[in-house]
Ligand binder design. Sequence first.
Ligand SMILES: *Cc1c(COP(=O)(O)O)cnc(C)c1O
Length: 396
Amino acid sequence: MAKRSSPSDKPVRRKENFLVFGAPCLGEEEISEVVDSMKKRWIGTGPKVGMFEEEFRLLKGRKHAIAVNSCTAALHLAILALGIRPGDEVITTPMTFCATVNAIIHAGGVPVLADCKKDTMNIDPEEIEKKISARTKALLIVHFAGRPCEMDAIMELAHSYDLHVIEDCAHAIETEYHGRQAGCFGTIGCFSFYVTKNITTGEGGMVITDDDRVAERIKMLALHGMSKDAWRRFSDTGYRHYEVIHAGFKYNMTDMQAAIGLHQLKKLEQFRKRREEIWKFYNEAFKDLPVFLPPDPEPDTVHAYHLYTPLIDVDRLGKSRDWVLDAMTRENIGVGVHYLPIHYHPYYRKALNVKPGDFPAAEWIGDRTISLPLSGCLTDEEVEDVVRAFRKVLGA
Ligand SMILES: *Cc1c(COP(=O)(O)O)cnc(C)c1O
């Protein structure tokens, strides 16, 4: 094998030019819109949130879009709005961010994990069916890295067992499956505008649904459990008392956040095209390395290309994934891990009574996966630096 880099070798990038993983793409438009909110002195929940919700609703073609302050909040409210009761089971994947599982727990439900597939990293419908019990109430699926789950099989299961489906679309704003958009299959779709996501509002999330009652309930729960449109109480139409009808939460989005989101939304396709270009460039550039490359998108789907996640062939390389993470960092390239599987974390091992060995596909991924920078505003030079660093680290 070719000579490996030694730590004394000059890194691909200089330290002061460390390439931050998942840096957001923000332009003058976003900055001016935030300043406009500040100058108008309406920085809380106001007209811009309403506009952002309407734009998002039109984009997705669903009846309701409700902005909240994170996808975690969106997921929590989604599960609550479906009337999950203590002891009710919600099936989800071990290959996700902890927030997906925490939302089920906070809503009083019991998360039940069903393994994913090694190649797509998405939840396996056959594994779902094995986990369905008399107490199962909902499926909470994650379109991993922006690749759609097998929605035909999943919706068929949901219909035959009478289960709700919630879609965690944190990676998947642009995702489509067989001509239909992610977030429009289940009862509720939840989106994230966290800093590293496809578009950002700093922190932020969105819930979409066609169900009027679910939408009403989510709006009420997102703002202290107050009766509807409580924020209007400070407007010029005369004082109106609010009524609290539930012990709700403080999950509302602000106009400062929506100001950023309004302009990010306009750049959605531009960013996605750039990420697609980079994703394909990486897949071409790493063909000969000891890695398993992410498979091409399935026919009749749109991949949102949120993450680029090659799997290190640790046997061929003779080094661990964590060694690769360190080596990439030494080259001044920011990397991520999406994810260590849920059942590796001490809390869930105890709370869900799960252990290493239970979900072989998630473990296979979790031990090998690395996320390389894939942001809509990476320059060609930055992308080439990532390629050079990864090739160098993997001994090419
Ligand atoms: C980021 C993420 C979340 C949480 O989103 P926040 O907006 O940060 O709360 C949930 N699920 C998945 C799969 C994510 O990647």
